[in-house]
Design a protein around this ligand. Structure first.
Ligand code: BEZ
Ligand code: FE
Length: 291
């Protein structure tokens, strides 16, 4: 097409693409470029702003390595990761939430009732609940991956002071869907803000804090894998999560106790928790696998 104008350039782009383009590639690219062009027209994008955007992407690439993916973080703080999560979440069951960059494979097995806290500083929390289908029936054969920060707001793979796999576990739930473990109360923490994503956050008056949370991946035969996190109701950052991961159904309530006789039966720590300790009851609902 000759005489391309601001109005016809989108159509020109689409005409240049081969009609043999795979249908899904076509659909995604057509929409992406249409929105991209519309965005540039809408804001009258200047050369300087366009270069600034490209420079952000360049710096994002420069800081990205095997341990740190700044592109994922960029997607997280723009709300895109959570939007994709929500678009792909089934209508029934516990909502999914961001995986984050700190999950690692190979966490050690912990039996139901086991102690994840061990020597970690901080208040003891007993987390328990059951894994059911949307009808409320327990699911047998469910497995949980659990990971969280220590009391200092750091994951074991960010902190040389923590043993490998600290506060990480793999658990096989009971046949009646029940799970239970003792752990330390996690702390709020900041997403990495020493790179281009930090510059973006600070330029828009945003802070990098996430509310404290426990991460879970829950799998069970015949059910969709659930990647999610749960957040305490009293966390100061609950309504301003830097990566938009909080959903109402993922908010849990810590109940405070000061009497060790109120510890549930079946814990590896017996009745030995320091007081006050906290209990949390949180059930997960898995949706059936779609064929
Ligand atoms: C996390 O929850 O571990 C996390 C999620 C997104 C960005 C950074 C950390
Ligand atoms: Fe996290």
């Amino acid at each position: 097409m000759r005489n391309v104008t601001t109005e016809t350039i989108t159509e020109a782009f689409l005409n240049y693409c081969s009609p043999e383009t795979a249908p899904r590639t076509w659909k995604v690219l057509e929409s992406l470029v249409t929105h991209l062009h519309a965005f540039a027209r809408e804001v009258n994008l200047t050369h300087e702003e366009w270069r600034l955007g490209l420079d952000l992407l360049k710096k994002t690439g420069e800081i990205t390595n095997d341990e740190r993916n700044e592109y994922v973080l960029l997607s997280d703080v723009l709300g895109l990761s959570s939007l994709v999560d929500m678009i792909n979440s089934p209508d029934v069951g516990t909502p999914s939430s961001v995986l984050g960059p700190f999950h690692i494979l190979g966490a050690p097995d912990l039996p139901v009732g086991g102690d994840l806290k061990r020597d970690n500083e901080g208040a003891t929390v007993i987390v328990s609940g059951k894994i059911t289908n949307p009808e409320g029936d327990p699911i047998s054969g469910a497995e949980l991956e659990i990971w969280q920060t220590a009391d200092n707001g750091l994951y074991s793979n960010q902190d040389a002071g923590q043993p490998d796999y600290n506060l990480r576990a793999h658990m096989r739930a009971m046949d009646d869907g029940r799970y239970m473990f003792t752990t330390v109360r996690p702390a709020p923490y900041t997403v990495p803000d020493d790179g281009p994503v930090g510059v973006l956050l600070h330029a828009t008056g945003r802070h990098p804090w996430r509310p404290s949370h426990l991460h879970f991946i829950i799998t069970a035969p015949g059910h969709r894998t659930l990647v999610t996190e749960v957040f305490p109701s009293d966390d100061p950052y609950l309504d301003e999560d830097a990566v938009f991961g909080v959903r109402e159904q993922l908010v849990m309530v810590y109940e405070e106790h000061s009497d060790p006789s109120e510890l549930p039966d079946g814990l590896a720590i017996g009745r030995s928790a320091t007081t006050p300790f906290f209990t949390v009851d949180f059930d997960f609902v898995l949706s059936p696998e779609t064929p």
